[in-house]
Ligand binder design. Structure first.
Ligand SMILES: O=C(O)[C@H](CS(=O)(=O)O)OP(=O)(O)O
Ligand SMILES: [Mg+2]
Length: 248
């Protein structure tokens, strides 16, 4: 089985994703936040690229969420902090979401057979889901404005490690690209203090300076949630294969 890790959304080719499982990662903060919303009972999330598209999809009862420059978009109900997606406000709701990097990366993967939204919070569950599908896997690190971001690469390493654990035990031979192997080795180096790694990286420093330190600490908690967001009919829902999660 091929496992290809791509450093940023800019480098992802869309024409070769058919028949593949694509795992999209945006640890800070889009995929961590969308996962948190689904774990707190949100029914579905439409990931869209632009503010205009979000407004066009708006319907009575839907919530608008997302950020530009890390801050809530004027007129939207929610920003991009996971803590805004934990209360009863999201339970049973459909959310339309647009963020600078993460929702764009998910959109870019729309030709894949299966799209999974992963973060450190659910890396193990995502690896198990992808391994069970038995297709070649592409892992897209969203990055930040088309440039590689450390937090997404480290999470790719976490998922590669978990894929190795699942698949090598079944005797499946893995062909991991060099960037994927680099991320695996980087993950092993920092896994003992993931919070420090996320606070140290460029996005972590930026979010801290804007007052989002608690978001970073939360997003660094590995395998807190055993729920896998997958795309179905253009929206993210909780995969029916794994649906339990540990509350806080
Ligand atoms: O809200 C975030 O954490 C980032 C903001 S920015 O693009 O780094 O300014 O967006 P995301 O799409 O979640 O990377
Ligand atoms: Mg990001």
């Amino acid at each position: 089985m091929d496992i290809m890790v791509i450093p940023s959304v800019n480098e992802a080719r869309t024409d070769n994703l058919a028949n593949k499982t694509v795992i999209v990662i945006d640890v800070l903060r889009a995929t961590s936040t969308m996962l948190t919303a689904l774990a707190h009972g949100c029914s579905a999330i439409y990931p869209v690229e632009t503010v205009m598209q979000a407004k066009q999809l708006q319907q009575p009862g839907y919530l608008l969420g997302g950020e530009r420059g890390c801050k809530k978009i004027p007129g939207f109900d929610l920003g991009n902090s996971p803590f805004e997606f934990m209360d009863d406000q999201v339970a049973g709701k459909t959310i339309i979401m647009t963020t600078t990097n993460g929702t764009r990366a998910i959109q870019k993967a729309f030709k894949a057979s299966t799209i999974i939204a992963a973060s450190l919070l659910n890396g193990k569950a995502c690896a198990k889901e992808a391994a069970a599908l038995k297709r070649n896997i592409v892992i897209i690190c969203s990055g930040t404005q088309d440039v590689y971001s450390l937090e997404d690469g480290i999470c790719a390493g976490q998922i590669v490690e978990e894929l190795q654990n699942c698949l090598q035990a079944e005797g499946v031979e893995l062909n991991i690209n060099d960037f994927g192997l680099s991320m695996l080795y980087a993950f092993r180096q920092v896994q003992g203090d993931m919070t420090k790694a996320l606070l140290d990286c460029a996005n972590g420093r930026r979010l801290c300076s804007l007052g989002f330190t608690e978001d970073i600490i939360y997003c660094s908690r590995m395998n807190l949630i055993r729920l896998v967001p997958i795309v179905q009919d253009g929206k993210l829902i909780a995969s029916p294969s794994i649906n339990s999660f540990e509350r806080f």
